[in-house]
Write a protein that binds this ligand. Structure first.
Ligand SMILES: [Zn+2]
Length: 306
């Protein structure tokens, strides 16, 4: 049985926006009644947990709406409903991570928010749920070393920035869009990000398909192994590498992404690494195709973990 955390309150009402918040609800709907999957509501994250990662000034700005530029640094129009929604989505990430330590695998039907920095948000990411969850479990003594396997289309710059002061945290980002300016078909071969001792990145050249992706997965897993064994893996199972995504220069279809997910889960199982995944990005205009990628991640997880 795989537990997936979701709450209707995950989706802040931000109006007509490129970020299809309603996909969370659509994925939950697609999972309703599915054998082997249980959908549960998480507790909202406590402020103290946010403050392990984010500055008091930024957390207060998101709560109160002032100063407005900081409260909207993630590029959402601020409303009083933003705060409860981000407490729930970050609570979902923590609940999934905690559950993975017990069950081996779990999911949160929310994003990982890998562009969020300590002092501000970016790219639709308010608080970095991956690092918030990792910090909470570390504080509880449940996971002392955590690796993020980030297969969102975009480079996970926020998580990488948060690695600087956390030698116990590792970030591996395999990306096809350098994220800066978020230009489709960005030249990731020449625009590279600086790696560090505990954060590495592998750029997928434009037009990459399954073979290039799988080669990068091997390199990513080897990088995590070289860093040392984590107690927990947090997996950013992005839907935006999909070939029809407006930001994707890659040639990955639904089968390729399901095989990607199966590869990651099989690796985690083989290495006996607890793994929690989040949905991450996905902007294909026909949202049913985004939902299909995320449901495919459940197909993959169930095929590996039974
Ligand atoms: Zn993305």
């Amino acid at each position: 049985m795989i537990t997936a955390y979701h709450d209707p309150g995950f989706a802040a009402p931000i109006g007509d926006h490129v970020m299809p918040m309603r996909k969370f609800q659509l994925v939950a709907g697609a999972l309703a009644g599915r054998a082997g999957v249980r959908v549960e509501a998480p507790a909202p994250i406590e402020v103290d947990e946010l403050l392990r990662v984010h500055t008091p000034a930024y957390v207060e700005a998101v709560r109160s709406g002032e100063p407005r530029a900081l409260a909207e640094s993630q590029k959402f129009p601020w409303s009083p409903l933003l705060w409860p929604s981000v407490r729930l989505t970050n609570g979902g990430a923590l609940a999934a991570a905690r559950r993975a330590l017990d069950d081996g695998v779990a999911a949160a039907l929310a994003s990982g928010f890998h562009h969020a920095h300590a002092h501000h948000g970016e790219g639709f990411c308010t608080f970095n749920g991956l690092v918030v969850a990792a910090e909470a479990l570390r504080a509880a003594g449940r996971a002392l070393r955590v690796a993020v396997f980030d297969l969102d289309l975009h480079y996970g710059n926020g998580t990488a920035s948060l690695c600087a002061s956390r030698p116990w945290l590792f970030n591996c980002s395999i990306y096809g869009n350098d994220y800066w300016q978020n230009k489709p078909y960005a030249d990731v071969e020449t625009v590279r990000h600086a790696d560090g001792g505990n954060h590495v990145s592998f750029a997928l050249p434009n037009g990459s398909g399954r073979a290039e992706l799988f080669a990068a997965l091997e390199r990513g897993a080897a990088a995590i192994r070289a860093w040392g064994r984590p107690d927990l893996v947090l997996y950013q199972a992005g839907a935006d590498p999909y070939r029809e995504d407006p930001y994707s220069p890659l040639a990955l279809d639904h089968d390729d992404l399901r095989e990607r997910d199966r590869w990651v889960f099989a690796w985690a199982k083989r290495e006996a690494l607890p793994i929690a995944w989040v949905l991450a990005g996905g902007y294909t205009r026909d949202v049913s195709k985004v939902v299909a990628v995320h449901v495919g991640t459940f197909d993959a997880a169930q095929s590996v973990f039974g």
